[in-house]
Design a protein around this ligand. Structure first.
Ligand SMILES: [Zn+2]
Ligand SMILES: [Zn+2]
Length: 250
């Protein structure tokens, strides 16, 4: 394919050279005062240039063949016939992939092996992040300190923190409990008072529910939660509040 295209282009350029040469001949025949020497030089240069292009094209084709073959052999075991560049691009940690198996592994470590909760890949805090599941939804990882969220098979994102000021809204570790909702949601129904709550920040016209993520608020009480602690430590900590009882991460 590449050979065909390059040859065609070379032919076109050769054709241009020929027509220039023919035009030169016509010019000379028409007007003997013209300077044929200059035209001849131009014609010769063009023809030489075309020859070089054709030679270079053939050489590059010859060189290309052995370059492709060993790469294909090397990657035969990894069932891809892509050139080396593609294989290397796959290895780059662009968007972290997260599978059902990863979720199962993390859950098993926590629930069966009682491993210490791992740090959030986004904010780095422990005791807030871990594998979670809701009925009828893909399994996901989430952090209640910064809002990091990643569902199985999807890229990580961040959720928006909200808290209602109704009397039944719970408290945990010295601060109102936080719900994390998708960034583009404008309303949510409060689980504790059943009212529909606007998400926008409070202003003169409405009471908003949006709050600052603890990760962005240096004075938030959740910064005092012990870090890199054991399963038991977190289990005992979160047992202190009804809404977090039985958890090892918030
Ligand atoms: Zn986080
Ligand atoms: Zn409420």
């Amino acid at each position: 394919m590449a050979r065909k295209r390059k040859t065609k282009r070379s032919k076109t350029r050769l054709g241009a050279a020929r027509s220039l040469r023919r035009r030169g001949e016509r010019e000379r025949a028409k007007d003997q005062v013209a300077e044929p020497a200059a035209l001849d030089t131009a014609t010769v240069e063009l023809v030489e240039e075309d020859t070089t292009v054709v030679t270079a094209t053939i050489e590059s084709l010859i060189e290309e063949v052995p370059l492709v073959e060993p790469a294909a052999d090397e990657s035969a075991t990894s069932d891809t016939s892509e050139p080396e560049g593609g294989a290397e691009a796959d290895k780059q940690p662009s968007v972290p992939t997260f599978t059902d198996a990863d979720w199962e592994d993390q859950s098993y470590a926590l629930m069966a092996e009682q491993a210490a909760p791992s740090p959030c890949p986004d904010c780095g805090r422990t005791g807030f992040f871990g594998p979670r599941a809701l009925d009828g939804q893909p399994k996901f990882l989430a952090c209640r300190f910064c809002g990091h969220f990643q569902a199985v098979g999807q890229a990580p994102t961040r959720l928006r923190p909200v808290a209602h000021d109704c009397e039944n809204w719970p408290e945990a570790a010295g601060a109102p409990y936080i719900w994390w909702i998708p960034m583009d949601e404008k309303w949510y129904v409060c689980h504790y008072c059943q009212r529909r709550v606007g998400v926008a920040r409070a202003n003169a016209f409405m009471k908003g529910a949006a709050v600052t993520p603890p990760a962005d608020d240096p004075n938030h009480p959740w910064w005092k939660v012990p870090q890199d602690a054991s399963y038991d430590t977190y289990y005992k900590l979160w047992e202190n509040w009804p809404c977090t009882k039985g958890r090892v991460f918030l």
